[in-house]
Design a protein around this ligand. Structure first.
Ligand code: S3P
Length: 180
């Protein structure tokens, strides 16, 4: 009888994708974790901005959301295809595309960062998030509710409310043995 193949354990994969709503800490924690582990870090919004030479808010205004989603999908597929060890901070809406979400779940360890609406509101205050508009306190709860089922597909979840950056990095290190 043939020996059984090793199980493909998502936690052991070389790429960590940090998913979750705007303002949950994907970029801050992803960068800190990558620094801690000596790994490359990619922020998907930044990748799109570098590729297009335009800020995300301007891309939304000039090309619209659908075009932006296509651009971030191109960037994510490129990163996933390398298979090289790295940390990726996704955009809050990157995995709304079910096909792309399935690809990310197959090729990386997808960790959802979760935070309360209050903590998110605090963090997005004064930033330019086109989808939240001028009154995030009104748009955020509905957007969060609509996306909950998408975010829930992640391999694992870390709640970031009340966690220091150091504590979150330590939790992410333990959750992702593939990064060591
Ligand atoms: C978006 C989140 C943003 C950015 C764009 C759309 C979203 O990224 O990609 O404004 O749909 O949730 P962050 O989650 O890094 O803020």
């Amino acid at each position: 009888m043939a020996a059984s193949l090793p199980k493909d354990e998502p936690r052991e994969r070389p790429i960590l994708c940090l998913s979750g709503f705007m303002g949950v800490g994907k970029t801050t924690l992803g960068r800190a974790l990558a620094l801690h582990l000596g790994l490359p870090f990619f922020d998907l919004d930044e990748c799109v901005e570098v590729a297009t030479g335009l800020p995300v808010a301007e891309l939304f205004a000039t090309e619209g959301e659908a075009a932006f989603r296509q651009r971030e999908a191109v960037q994510l597929r490129e990163l996933l295809s390398t298979g090289r060890r790295c940390v990726v901070a996704l955009g809050g809406g990157t995995l709304l595309d079910g096909v792309l979400q399935a690809e990310a779940l197959r090729a990386s360890f997808v960790m959802l960062l979760a935070a309360s609406p209050e903590a998110i509101l605090e963090r997005v205050r004064g930033t330019n998030r086109p989808l939240l508009g001028a009154s995030p306190e009104l748009t955020l709860p509905e957007l969060l509710r609509r996306r909950a089922s998408v975010y829930r597909q992640a391999h694992a979840t870390l709640a970031t409310d009340g966690l220091s950056v150091e504590a979150a990095v330590s939790a992410l290190r333990s959750a992702w043995p593939g990064g060591i």
